[in-house]
Design a protein around this ligand. Structure first.
Ligand SMILES: [Zn+2]
Length: 267
């Protein structure tokens, strides 16, 4: 069954009406924002001079709660603070969805190229910019060795049974939360102890340049989990033979929508 995203067929109340996306040109307003972090049920004030903020906005901050999604509870422009004592709002992810998605396996799948969230949007939800001065620049080098047939990647020398078993466990737990393939460029986000990004290229049954940003130097369980999900999704009749698609884990998607009722924008 096709359903427009965000309009659930369950008996929950309908999501709040879409709020307009602030235009990219909206000037940031220097303010002090109270931010609540649901995962630790704590609220702290943060300084902000990068974004236009209003109550209900989802944000990421620097400091102790870096990487935890927080929600602005109040904003004031009448303040005077010593910046040395305040951490900052560092990112304001926008929760935009569009396209029609079909429930497939444990994911929702949108064929074609127009769906949101795109990989950059999804990344902004789960891998916020790191706090710091950017002094640590990772230099990643990818060898040419990773090229295989999607249909029988299990034959690759680096793929052993133990890795496949761990990857299958990841798949059963729905940890491949996001997978998109656009013009032969694949991007996936896998939730392990932290979030990992997997990039690869795929054309007509061949996968190459596969790279996961976890510390493992070779083909890792995240890579293999992505290959398993990719192979399963490409076989779905909902794709009508198209190879471009966007897929998001259904339970993760529901969580994002319910946590962000005020911020979600349906297009
Ligand atoms: Zn990995």
């Amino acid at each position: 069954m096709k359903q427009a995203i965000g309009f659930s067929n369950r008996s929950e109340p309908a999501p709040a009406p879409a709020v307009p996306v602030p235009s990219a040109a909206a000037a940031p307003v220097r303010c002090l924002a109270e931010v609540h972090f649901p995962s630790v049920d704590t609220t702290f004030p943060y300084s902000n001079d990068l974004f236009e903020l209003k109550p209900g906005d989802a944000v990421f901050v620097s400091g102790k709660f870096a990487g935890k999604l927080g929600f602005v509870t109040s904003v004031t422009t009448r303040f005077k603070i010593d910046l040395a004592y305040y951490k900052k709002v560092v990112a304001k992810p926008e929760f935009r969805f569009s396209g029609s998605f079909n429930p497939v396996l444990s994911m929702i799948l949108s064929p074609g190229s127009a769906a949101l969230p795109d990989a950059a949007t999804f990344k902004s939800w789960v891998q916020p910019p790191k706090d710091g001065d950017g002094e640590e620049i990772n230099q990643i080098v990818v060898g040419d060795g990773f090229a295989f047939d999607l249909d029988d990647f299990e034959q690759d020398d680096e793929v052993d049974e133990a890795k496949v078993e761990r990857a299958l466990e990841y798949c059963r737990e729905g940890r491949v939360r996001y997978l998109s393939l656009q013009n032969g460029v694949g991007t996936a986000f896998v939730e392990g102890s932290v979030w990992y990004e997997v990039n690869f290229r795929y054309v007509e049954g061949q996968v190459w340049d596969m790279y996961c940003d976890c510390p493992c130097p070779g083909l890792c369980k995240h890579d293999i989990a992505v290959l398993i999900v990719l192979r399963a999704l490409l076989q779905q009749p909902e794709l009508f033979g198209e190879s471009d698609f966007t897929a998001v884990d259904q339970s993760f998607f529901s969580k994002i929508v319910s946590m962000n009722r005020q911020s979600v924008v349906l297009q």
